[in-house]
Design a protein around this ligand. Sequence first.
Ligand code: SAM
Length: 283
Amino acid sequence: MAVSAAPDYRQRFRSLIFSETGIRMPESKDHLIVSRLRRRLIEGGFRNLDDYFAHLFEEGALDDEWEAIVDQITTNKTDFFREPVHFDLLARRLIPETLARTRPGLPCRFRLWSAAASTGAEAYTAAMVLATAALADARLDWTILGTDISKGVLETAERAIYDSRELAPVPSDMLARYTMTGRSRGAAGQSRIVPELRRRTRFAVLNLIAPPFPVSHGLDAIFLRNVLIYFDDDQQARVVSDVAGHLRPGGWFFVGHAESMVVQDPRLDQIAPAVFRMREARG
Ligand SMILES: C[S@@+](CC[C@H](N)C(=O)[O-])C[C@H]1O[C@@H](n2cnc3c(N)ncnc32)[C@H](O)[C@@H]1O
């Protein structure tokens, strides 16, 4: 006897998230989905997740809800100076080598893409390192692009206001030079990244699994850190290839330390843990 079952909305939701964002949400992570979507449930007056999902798959509901869902289901953990050896390398090798390649007297453009930027800590850390290098060599003309699938985190990145706990890893000289503290009572314990850094750092929504990307080619460095872990093997390989395609020959590619093994692109040579370089063209 055929038994009609209620549609498995959870499965449908998981598939939707995977196909639209690349993020795997196995059944074992159902509790995570529940806890992350709880606020949406309460605000919408839904009794439970199944009711919420049933509503989502009604005509038009998903369009209204999608941005909030992406903000909730993404893991946005980030820190200033996270995996600091990468920023040491930026200061000690990438910038000096790029300056050395530039003819004396000419400006040296350095373009960096933070491709899963979250709330902007990675992009502004790179900005602090580049701005410090530019103090020593004024030829350095740097810009940073930060992108992420979540609009919510990018709004924080654009605001560029962080509390002192978040800024704790920033060395004190950089903190003094590159952040400013508001005087109002509401701003206590918070600082904002200075305009000189904000002017050179731009943010935009970009989905890594939906190429082609509206991003320049020939970039000097790309940080694609701590996002590949959320994708499956095929998606990881595709994203690495699509993103790395925006590097110049000899350009640098950084992934999270837990993701080093993921990078198997034949155009990329490994230089250090989680650090790769785009092969120079033979000629
Ligand atoms: C854990 S954070 C990493 C932040 C930063 N790169 C770092 O290492 O500190 C991962 C970020 O990847 C973003 N993300 C997840 N899936 C994405 C996709 N398909 N396209 C673009 N960004 C994505 C999330 O929104 C999140 O902000």
